[in-house]
Design a protein around this ligand. Structure first.
Ligand SMILES: Nc1nc2c(c(=O)[nH]1)N[C@H]1C(S)=C(S)[C@@H](COP(=O)(O)OP(=O)(O)OC[C@H]3O[C@@H](n4cnc5c(=O)[nH]c(N)nc54)[C@H](O)[C@@H]3O)O[C@H]1N2
Ligand SMILES: Nc1nc2c(c(=O)[nH]1)N[C@H]1C(S)=C(S)[C@@H](COP(=O)(O)OP(=O)(O)OC[C@H]3O[C@@H](n4cnc5c(=O)[nH]c(N)nc54)[C@H](O)[C@@H]3O)O[C@H]1N2
Ligand SMILES: [Mo]
Length: 554
């Protein structure tokens, strides 16, 4: 989300997890927090006990709805109009934080005009959320002293994902909720160290620390530190690889710690593309479905078998310590990358002779040396060191060695100075239900499984708790299709077909069904749409159109 990075810093929480307890109001939108971030979910429930008001916005009746003051059950893919309507009511009733807007925001008048027509009645027609509920929620949120927004994939996995986030940023700014405790705009990051990966430049336009590759000064800086020339051309987003392969623009791929054969939308397209690659390398701790079709598999060490740092969702840098030796030929990712790099540079001897740790098979440079280099590359981590991390809990930015770190972002100013309130229009999902494909499919997660299941499905306890794929469906829809609980159905989209059991549930509304994407034997991503958000290229995993038919048992 390049635009947002310049506005907000990065995709991390602006506030802290424990700070949830300092708030008076929480808007949890598109996040099934108790299942996907259980520790954070617990904090939210504690906050409710302390008197904080919980507002949930989710098309499904998730567990948090049991503790919420309001539940807005919007139609999938309609968050933009819903949030714009909240802003409309707040401004119409004069509940915006005028002083904050005056001091910290720009473009308010034009933003105000942009939401002038976004009345609750207008939004009700699009979202299905009653206008009266939108009115109440807007007032509750705006009148809270400290209101925090918590969002995840229900907001971002849409062709309007970036716009949805801009809408939420507008809401946070006009209510003065950025830069103070118990508030903020808080995307809860999903994977272990996904924050660290973004921070380190695992994004096609950035060097480490969100320094742009099209910025000459940044290029000069990295050319000097790395002692080589660096490219000014942004790379491709991972979700653009499939088309690039089909178009003959990409011939080789090195996949590290991802299983795109199961996790990428429209898997048949992905599979065809990957089969055309001249060279596919997969570096993983297990032989995944993607590794099975690879030319080369590089066995990697797991988190418990390596040294380094992870950055968590609240920007805290945490030390990881080797506890056990990696099995067999497995090596930590850093050593593998280094060994391959040495060969590319023709420096064949470098690594093997360099093995100085016979137990853990690590080769230099070691994680601690890399960390020192990071502190040279990026001012936000310049004040950190392994020594400090031993005893201190440090969230970036931490620009010098006496700096205590920054748990709450934007207390004084935004990266661009003042926050820019942008007018956001709405297009709707790329694929809508019709006569042939009458159901909306949304996909996501369950508590006991993790993504493509390579790790969790190897754990007996977890696997026994959630062993099989299912399709969650409302009782009225099930009745219409003459389906009993647990009966097998075939679910098809324009892209593929899977077979799985029906689970009748009052968590879901008529016309909508949910399938978890953890199960390769009934892989939801054979159905999902690979339409992308034009800005950040995230695929629309949360909305596509499907048809469902009962499977006749013989
Ligand atoms: N147990 C478990 N925990 C995980 C993971 C896992 O695989 N398993 N994965 C981790 C990762 S990488 C991530 S990114 C996070 C994701 O965490 P979440 O985003 O919480 O997980 P999801 O199940 O993808 O979707 C969240 C919610 O979005 C709702 N939703 C669907 N469509 C819409 C919509 O149009 N608008 C709104 N507002 N909501 C919608 C769904 O009903 C669902 O409740 O979880 C992390 N935690
Ligand atoms: N339909 C649908 N599709 C989705 C989503 C959705 O909500 N719906 N969510 C999307 C989201 S938010 C995400 S994050 C992706 C997740 O998609 P993936 O990242 O492809 O899924 P994982 O199964 O987590 O794959 C991670 C791999 O890393 C390996 N691994 C673990 N530790 C290490 C290590 O230390 N080193 C190395 N080299 N490998 C390691 C694991 O064995 C595993 O195979 O799925 C996306 N796909
Ligand atoms: Mo994720």
């Amino acid at each position: 989300m390049t635009g947002l990075v310049t506005v907000l810093g990065s995709g991390a929480m602006t506030n802290t997890i424990n700070g949830i307890l300092d708030g008076d109001c929480m808007l949890v939108i598109g996040s099934n927090t108790t299942e996907t971030h259980p520790i954070i979910g617990l904090r939210m429930l504690e906050a409710v006990k302390k008197g904080s008001k919980l507002i949930v916005a989710d098309p499904r009746r998730i567990k948090l709805c049991d503790s919420s003051e309001y539940w807005m059950q919007q139609r999938p893919g309609t968050d933009g109009p819903l949030i714009n309507a909240l802003c409309h009511v707040i401004i119409r009733d004069g509940l915006e934080d005028k002083q904050y807007i005056e001091e910290r925001a720009e473009n308010f008048e034009s933003f105000k005009d942009s939401v002038a027509d976004c009345t609750p009645e207008w939004a009700e027609k699009i979202t299905g959320v009653p206008a009266a509920v939108i009115e109440d929620v807007a007032r509750t949120f705006a009148q809270a002293e400290r209101a925090g927004i918590y969002y995840t994939m229900g907001i971002t996995q849409h062709t309007s994902g970036t716009n949805n986030v801009y809408c939420l940023a507008n809401l946070a700014v006009i209510t003065g909720n950025l830069g103070k405790p118990g508030a903020g705009l808080n995307p809860l990051r999903g994977q272990n160290n996904v924050q660290g990966a973004s921070d380190m430049g695992c994004l096609p336009t950035f060097f480490p620390g969100y320094q742009r590759c099209d910025d000459q000064a940044a290029r000069d800086k990295f050319a000097k530190i790395w002692d080589c020339s660096v490219s000014d051309k942004p790379g491709l987003m991972a979700t653009e690889f499939g088309d690039a392969i089909h178009d003959g623009k990409l011939a080789g791929l090195w996949v590290m710690g991802e299983n795109p054969m199961v996790s990428d939308p429209n898997s048949s397209h992905v599979k065809k593309a990957f089969e055309q690659l001249e060279c596919l390398v997969v570096q993983d701790i297990f032989l995944t479905e993607t590794a099975e079709i690879a030319d080369v598999v590089l066995p990697a060490a797991s988190f418990a078998e390596k040294d380094g740092t992870f950055v968590n969702t609240e920007r805290k840098v945490q030390r990881v310590r080797r506890a056990i030796a990696p099995p067999g030929d497995a090596r930590d990712d850093l050593s593998i990358i280094n060994m391959v790099s040495n060969r590319i540079l023709g420096n064949r001897d470098g690594d093997y002779h360099g093995i100085s740790d016979p137990v853990f098979h690590t080769v230099p440079p070691f994680a601690s040396e890399i960390f020192s280099e990071i502190t040279e590359c990026w001012v936000a981590m310049a004040g950190m060191s392994y020594e400090r991390l031993e005893t201190e809990s440090l969230a970036w930015p931490c620009p010098d060695k006496d700096h205590p770190g920054t748990p709450i972002l934007h207390e004084e100013r935004f990266p661009r100075g003042k926050a820019w309130l942008s007018a956001i229009s709405w297009d709707g999902p790329a694929e809508n239900p019709d006569d042939e494909y009458p159901f909306v499919l949304t996909t996501g997660r369950v508590l006991y499984q993790y993504h493509t299941g390579t790790m969790t499905r190897r754990s007996e306890v977890l696997e026994n708790s959630a062993p099989a794929a299912y399709l969650e469906m409302n009782a009225l829809d099930a009745e219409r299709l003459r389906l009993a609980d647990n009966e097998m159905v075939s679910a098809s989209s324009r892209r593929g077909t899977i077979e799985l059991a029906v689970r009748i549930s009052d968590r879901i509304t008529e016309g909508l069904v949910f399938i978890p994407f953890h199960y390769k034997e009934a892989s939801a991503n054979l159905l999902t749409n690979d339409a992308l958000d034009p800005h950040c290229k995230i695929p629309e995993a949360k909305v596509c159109a499907i048809k469902i038919t009962k499977l006749e048992t013989v």
